[in-house]
Design a protein around this ligand. Structure first.
Ligand SMILES: [Zn+2]
Length: 54
């Protein structure tokens, strides 16, 4: 799986409300800032890394 495809799969899971482990610290879970179906930002609950989808 290439990087773009992997990122796409991760975003799809997050949109479904599934737990996605943070790529940065490998410990935290990416949590939506707001509603998981409409937010443009997810944040790691461990290290605080943000994933923006603008
Ligand atoms: Zn993290």
């Amino acid at each position: 799986m290439n990087e773009v495809e992997e990122l796409f799969q991760r975003i799809k899971k997050m949109r479904n409300g599934e737990e996605v482990i943070c790529n940065h610290c490998k410990k935290g879970v990416m949590i939506p800032v707001g509603d998981c179906k409409t937010t443009k930002c997810f944040r790691c609950d461990n290290c605080g890394t943000r994933l923006n989808m603008d």
